[in-house]
Write a protein that binds this ligand. Structure first.
Ligand code: AMP
Length: 617
């Protein structure tokens, strides 16, 4: 084969791998104008074919390296007029990854803040991307204590649907669901506001749910929501949650799986059901919606769904609820045809898995994929793995990925990042992304561990957010370390049949020496001796050498456990929702920084008892 024809063949092959997950015909159209793009997306989802999606993923991952190069080329080509890239000397001819890396620096969200601010303020010049930016995503921001703004583009939406299709194809191969089934999805579209520059701003999930292609995409993968749109878009989240629960029960025989973005959302939903179930049953019995639903559009939509009294269904639910022991197996009891429970259960969601497993009974828990407001990264293509074992395969055409090696001390500064196919099994890395949202060599701040390869693409495990959350002097503790300490201390509590409902922490340097404070909300009352044991256990649970030596030589003071009143963490969540965070995307801040005065105040105002560790005396 001559050089010319070889080049041509590679090009069409790369392109097919690069941007298509339906058919090569639809792909050809994806190269045409954006207005056609939307139509094409709808067509694409109509054509969903499980085996084809899996085959294409196989092919793409077998050629991960080539797909990466092609993806970078396409990103740079589409953004050749972006001011940011031009400032670094990138022009339309730069396609080579090495040249790109030599010219464009690694950045964090802080570096991009001034550029994104211009976009939020209405500057429509091609600042970070030459592609239109129809909305800005507001990341939950709970980890950093402040919201982050990220451009949301049509390409990101297309990536989202691609990832949903891929993950669904693999899930459906292992846990096939019935045609015409539905999904009980606890999804909430928080308010989108218009910035003073005229740009819609909302959480990433809000931007996805509001996109015209979302509903068609869900329908194609047999995941149509039980609840009417009015519920998803309700301005009031408590009412929306109640209606999601009620809608799910009305469609109980059709419900094929139960979903929330994060495990916290699932646990919160069923804890709420425990409290409100009798009201839900009464609504069904009488065919009249509870007066707690006051949003007119939601009332109208739900009244239509209720459509008259259904005493038989009410009685079934009542009997089921009353026969459960401590609500074990609530989900399959309510939804007899559900095949699995789905949501992010890894990383900071691990503390909720135990409770979720209790509600799910024998139903499998399937871990949702790995992504962020900045863009999707990896799909769960091994859905049978438990949340503790879950891994994610990087999808090579969602962006150009680099991995910054972490040294044993957690530093990233020593070695340069490596490419997608160059990562080493067993090594931890910080993820760096270049994608269609105008992010170039952007440090995501997440730490992942490579546990293997799926064809040539890495399979990774999410470890934690990179930022250290607890550090006073030479001690370095991450969210993961805190989580492990809480888990070990919670075992002592479990002996008393009490659970940790939620937790957070902060570093108190107002005392000399400074010390760690851990806030716990627990499910029942117990003796001070038990809580004192837990406090000591928490202190001993931080096994970082810097912490232990500082504790021994008393350069860090005794760890303090503060038990807060029931409902305190709900108040914290409500505070964040009030700031525009979405109920579906919410992640409890595991460490409250001193500048987060309001959250600290909520926690401090609700302390019912305090204990100081004696573990190092
Ligand atoms: P947000 O900024 O609100 O879009 O949240 C994105 C962050 O959530 C990511 O950067 C991760 O830290 C976390 N996250 C997303 N997917 C997963 C997952 N599958 N497992 C654990 N953490 C995740």
């Amino acid at each position: 084969m001559g050089a010319k024809s070889k080049t041509k063949q590679t090009f069409s092959f790369d392109i097919k791998l690069g941007r298509n997950l339906a058919t090569s015909i639809t792909f050809t159209f994806s190269m045409v104008a954006r207005s056609n793009n939307i139509r094409m997306l709808e067509k694409k989802v109509e054509n969903f074919n499980m085996n084809r999606v899996i085959d294409e993923f196989e092919e793409m991952t077998r050629n991960a390296d080539q797909v990466q190069k092609q993806t970078l080329k396409e990103i740079l080509h589409k953004n050749k007029s972006a001011i940011y890239l031009q400032n670094f000397g990138i022009n339309g001819n730069t396609t080579d990854p090495e040249a790109f890396k030599a010219l464009v620096p690694l950045v964090t969200d802080l570096d991009l803040e001034p550029y994104i601010k211009r976009m939020v303020d209405g500057d429509t010049s091609p600042i970070l991307t030459a592609l239109p930016v129809p909305a800005i995503s507001l990341s939950s921001g709970t980890s950093q204590g402040r919201p982050k703004f990220i451009p949301f583009t049509d390409e990101l939406m297309e990536n989202t649907l691609q990832l949903f299709r891929t993950a669904f194809a693999f899930r459906n191969r292992d846990f096939p669901i019935d045609d015409n089934g539905r999904a009980l999805q606890f999804i909430f579209s928080s308010k989108q506001y218009i910035s003073k520059g005229g740009v819609p701003v909302g959480t990433a999930t809000t931007n996805v749910y509001r996109n015209p292609n979302f509903k068609a995409g869900m329908k194609a993968i047999q995941s149509l929501c039980c609840s009417p749109d009015e519920v998803i878009f309700s301005p009031e989240v408590h009412q929306a949650l109640y209606c999601h629960l009620l809608s799910g029960i009305l469609f109980r025989d059709q419900v094929q799986y139960v979903f929330a973005s994060f495990a916290h959302g699932l646990v919160h939903a069923f804890r709420t059901f425990e409290q409100l179930w009798e009201e839900v049953v009464t609504d069904i019995e009488d065919g009249v919606l509870s007066s707690r639903i006051t949003v007119p559009s939601v009332r109208t939509a739900m009244a239509k769904l209720l459509s008259g009294p259904n005493p038989e269904l009410a009685e079934t639910i009542r009997t089921k609820c009353m026969s459960l022991s401590n609500w074990y197996g609530l989900i399959p009891a309510l939804f007899p045809n559900a095949k699995y429970v789905y949501g992010i259960m890894t990383g900071s969601m691990e503390p909720y898995v135990k409770k979720l497993r209790h509600y799910a009974g024998e139903l499998p828990l399937v871990s949702h994929d790995y992504g962020s407001s900045e863009g999707w990264i990896a799909a769960n293509v091994r859905p049978r793995l438990s949340p503790e074992e879950a891994t994610f395969a990087v999808v090579p055409n969602l962006g150009y990925f680099e991995f910054l090696p972490l040294s044993e001390t957690g530093d990233t500064e020593q070695e340069p990042p490596v490419g997608l196919t160059e990562v080493k099994i067993g090594q931890e890395y910080e993820v760096v992304i270049t994608n269609y949202a105008g992010l170039y060599r952007y440090r995501l701040g997440d730490v992942v561990k490579i546990v293997g390869f799926y064809n040539k693409t890495p399979q990774l495990k999410f470890i934690c957010r990179r930022n250290l959350i607890l550090s006073i002097n030479i001690d370095k503790n991450t969210e993961r370390d805190l989580q492990m300490s809480v888990e070990s201390a919670a075992k002592r509590l479990a002996e008393e049949k009490i659970e940790v409902i939620d937790f957070s922490s902060h570093v108190d340097v107002s005392t000399e020496p400074g010390h760690y404070v851990i806030y716990w909300e627990i499910s029942g009352e117990t003796g001070d001796d038990v809580l004192q044991d837990c406090c000591n256990c928490l202190d001993k649970g931080f096994i970082d050498a810097g912490y232990m030596s500082s504790r021994k030589c008393k350069t860090i003071g005794a760890l303090e456990l503060r038990v807060v009143e029931r409902g305190t963490f709900r108040k914290v969540q409500e505070h964040f929702l009030g700031l525009g965070s979405s109920a579906g995307q919410f992640k409890m801040p595991r460490c409250v920084k001193p500048n987060n005065v309001k959250v600290l105040q909520i926690l401090c105002d609700n302390v019912v008892s305090r204990f100081f560790s004696t573990a190092f005396e």
